[in-house]
Design a binder for this molecule. Sequence first.
Ligand SMILES: Cc1ncc(COP(=O)(O)O)c(C=O)c1O
Length: 391
Amino acid sequence: MAPDFVREAVRGMDGYTPGEQPGESDRVVKLNTNENPFPPSPKVMAAIRDVEAESLRRYPNPTGDLFRAAAAKLHGVTPDMILCGNGSDDILTIATRTFIPPGGAIAHPDPTYSLYPVLAQLQDARTVAVPWGDGYALPIEALLATGANAIYLANPNAPTGTFVPPAKVAELASAFPGAVLVDEAYVDFADGHCMGLIAQHPNVMVSRSLSKSYALAGLRFGYAAAQPAVIAELMKVKDSYNADAIAIAAATAAIEDQDYARDKWRYVREERARVTAQLEALGWRVLPSQANFVLATAPDGRGREAYLGLKRQGILIRHFDKPGLADKIRITIGQAHENNALLAGLRVLASAADRAAGAAEAARGRRREEDAAPAVPAMAAAHAHAPAVAG
Ligand SMILES: Cc1ncc(COP(=O)(O)O)c(C=O)c1O
């Protein structure tokens, strides 16, 4: 029983469910939380080693100016257009507290990142889930019709991996009076991005994560880009020291080592194409993904069974028990040997299913033969009680 001094909104909500994190000694193939399959750049590790005791004794720079300067250079904007966060989830929290009043609403295409409704509930606000258009097209008219305070768009989307062209996002932003938050946690694996929109659209804010692109999920660092007037408001809302000294040093080194990061993005994209082709050869339907994961529909529609069958083989992927997703699994793209283990695991499940189907067919055949045989009284009696066998 939740204590009754807890806010009603909190008592009434489920909270976000993160993917499983096995212990470090557990030998599993971990393709369930969209982490980068490679370690961070050696320059990041050097930057962490170089952190001085003195910079831990003191509070960090409250706005992470070292990182802001590096990010501004990378994106061709000014540092006052960058906000640092303790992961991009922190950026999303700050944005929600800044844009969404109690009783207000976030609109988002559905399905998408399941944190958005949690953030709205915490704000005593609600989400309006608008189904994607055909082929995961942005449902512009329906989103505009919600009259929400803000539209949150994960692009590439999670868990589908699909991508909305920036021109469509610009169309939405031009017609919408509220904030448009483009959550680009996976954008470095995509063919385009929406950073260019912030110059023309004061209501567009782009959030980025270092968790996936720069292999720093454990460090916790994300950032936002928007026009200076928007960043100034977000700054008032964030915790005073929401990015720590180690994170600022490491994140700066990470985005400064673009050669290392880009090499890994290229690898993931190539593996994504290979895994997609192999899954399709096994009869899975795979959505065209621009992220570091793919969403695949099971040939027999049994997503949860595939998830459990892989788990029994020590392979973790993600299954969402939700309408429209239950027949699918989401697979993070790993290194080639991990992806091969996943594909081998699915082949094991397929041949086990084939064997089970073969055995059932053989049993049906035997029963047909027995039915055709002259009835022996005892056997006829037994058949009268046998369950019906589907054709
Ligand atoms: C769409 C989306 N946005 C944001 C995040 C959060 O990333 P971070 O690790 O930067 O908090 C995730 C993480 O899974 C995500 O899927």
